[in-house]
Write a protein that binds this ligand. Structure first.
Ligand SMILES: [Zn+2]
Length: 165
């Protein structure tokens, strides 16, 4: 039971939209199995293309095209439905339910629940950590005379004072 005693524009919209809209799966199946006769084009009211396919079904080309087109049917059905929704809403003088008032429905969009608000901002990527500079690990300079382990780079031995080579 409707909560409205009389049909409101939105209820009329959904009644007409549900009657006019096409099903993606049906569109795919028609293109796949009856594409030779252009039935999938008639389904989306592309009568001219449908007649063209039906006239050339004997050549096998429409069947091949139908097989290829079955992959495109979901998008075509969605576009068809969005056009139906816009036309019905325009005839009723209401915005398309589910779309923001005055908003232009995007191509391929279908009326549905409006997602809440804009997307949250994407957190900034942490700065890339540069690879550490190659550290030159010098071997300690071991004195040849006293075996004292001097700091790397030392010129003279800290143990005996002789020059390190
Ligand atoms: Zn030394």
């Amino acid at each position: 039971m409707s909560t409205y005693a009389y049909p409101n524009p939105q209820a009329i919209f959904y009644q007409q939209y549900n009657a006019a809209k096409r099903d993606e799966v049906v569109g795919i199946l028609l293109a796949l199995f009856l594409g030779s006769f252009g039935v999938h084009h008639f389904y989306l009211r592309r009568t001219g293309l449908g007649i063209l396919y039906a006239c050339f079904f004997w050549s096998g080309i429409p069947g091949l095209l139908g097989f290829i087109e079955c992959f495109f049917m979901p998008g075509r059905v969605r576009e068809f439905n969005s056009i139906q929704a816009a036309a019905i809403a325009a005839s009723l003088g209401i915005p398309v339910p589910g779309w923001p008032a005055g908003g232009v429905p995007p191509i391929g969009a279908v009326p549905g629940p409006v997602m809440g608000g804009p997307m949250p901002p994407v957190p900034p990527m942490p700065p890339a950590i540069p690879p550490p500079p190659p550290t030159y690990i010098a071997a300690p300079a071991v004195c040849a005379r006293c075996q004292y382990s001097n700091a790397a780079g030392a010129k003279f031995c800290a143990g005996c004072g002789s020059a390190l080579g």
